[in-house]
Structures are given as C-alpha cells and as structure tokens.
Design a protein around this ligand. Sequence first.
Ligand code: ZN
Ligand code: FE
Ligand code: FE
Ligand code: ZN
Length: 267
Amino acid sequence: MIPVDNHLHTRLCGHAAGEIDEYLDVAARRGIKEVGFCDHLPLYFLPPDKTIPGYAMDESDLPDYISMIKNQALQAPLEVKMGIEADFVPGHEDKLENILASHRFDFITGAVHFIDGWGFDNPAELAEYAVRDIDTVYRQYFALIQQAALTGFFDIMAHPDLVKKFNFRPARDLRPLYEETARVFKNAGVCVEVNTAGLRYPVKEIYPGPELLEVFFKHGLPVTLGSDAHRPEDVGAGLPEAIELIKNIGYREVATFSGRQIRFVNI
Ligand code: ZN
Ligand code: FE
Ligand code: FE
Ligand code: ZN
C-alpha cells in the first residue's frame, strides 16, 4: 500500500505531459491513497522580462493551476492535495513570501535547482561541471538548502541531495555536511521528501541516499514520499522501493499535509 505521492507535476510547467485526470487515474489504479500536486512555482526571482522557457508555469497560470486541481479533486476517487514546488533563490525572499501568501496551499515544498544562477540539475547546463570544483558545489548546495529551510516558508524540503543527480561525487566525506544539514532542518521544523526521481537519472539512487536518510532519521526528521512524476505513467514510480528503504532505516510513518498542517500515516 502506498499512502501518499506528494510530488506530481502538470503540463503547466511546460516540461510535463498528460492531463490531471490521467495522473489521478494512474494513482487510483496503483492503490495510492493520497496525492499532492506540486508543480513548479513561477520563476519569481527572474526580472519581469526574463524567463526560462519550459521551466515553470507563468505567473498568470497560477490561478488556473489552483482551480484545475480543485475541480479535479472534487471528482477524484482519492485525496488530492494542493502543493507547490518553490525554488529558493537568496535575495528574493520578499517576492517569494508574497506569491506564496496569495494562495492557499496544503503544503509548500522548497527546492534548490540553482547555485548562483547555474541550473546544476539541468542537462542543458551539464558542461559547467567540468569547470567547477565538485567539493565546492556540494558545499554551496547544502548551504542553500539549509538557508531555504531556515526561511520558514517551506513544509517539505524536496529531493535533499539533488546535487548528486548526474553522479558527480566529491572525494571528501560528506558526513559532517549531512549532520549539519539535519540539525538545521530539525531546528527549522521541516519534513524531508524521499523522492524517487533519482532512480530515473544517472545517479540511479533515491534522494536522499541511505547514508543521508539515516542521519535524518537519527535527528528525528519526518519524511514524506514523492515520485516527482512529469508524466502519468510515473505516478508512484519507485515508491515501493522508497517505502522499503525508509522502513529499513527505522521509519514507521510518513507525513501528509492539509492546510499546511502535518499528519502521520503508518507504513
Ligand atoms: Zn519539473
Ligand atoms: Fe525539483
Ligand atoms: Fe518536481
Ligand atoms: Zn522536483
């Protein structure tokens, strides 16, 4: 039984396929009890005349996103929650706070996909790894997710070790960075997303990997589950493996969110 998939995209972001009802059909067929849509928030941190094509919905589409999901939720055979995946880019906190406050979400998922303007998880920007020091990249990435958690804007931290996506790994021991991140997350009161998209990318590993997840467990951080589906057939993908992984580490429940309040479901 899969209690929840809290990370589904929609075609509004420009790089996902399928209709919302198709995502819900697959979820129902796979016995998923609850889903959370979590599409990319408009790129609030760019100047008004700038955009990254096919990266996120336009600001003018945000009300449509919300009404489309509300409408589908009424007829769906399962619980449907309204989430959003919000990039954290330092220096634009006021804009982010405003846009998040103007809508009622069940949960807000914070994500870091940019290190000083470099879209490090974007295949189109892969060449940049050749000119960066990978130890520094990891340090910058983890500093950003810590800073994101401490803003208090986010209920969930998305794919916590996304920086490993293309399987570039630093030589040094990451344990101290993991410990520090877990302490900061705990102080910030965030939930951690166990995201299976990594299984579909070169790293071929769930985010977070077992070592980081163990550190999160030791620090008492709650977890939720997300497939990060960008097409209906990926709804719930890898979640049985994710549940197996978190159970082996010691978790007995996963978090779900309603109106920004956390609840726990046994696994
Ligand atoms: Zn996406
Ligand atoms: Fe993401
Ligand atoms: Fe996503
Ligand atoms: Zn994502």
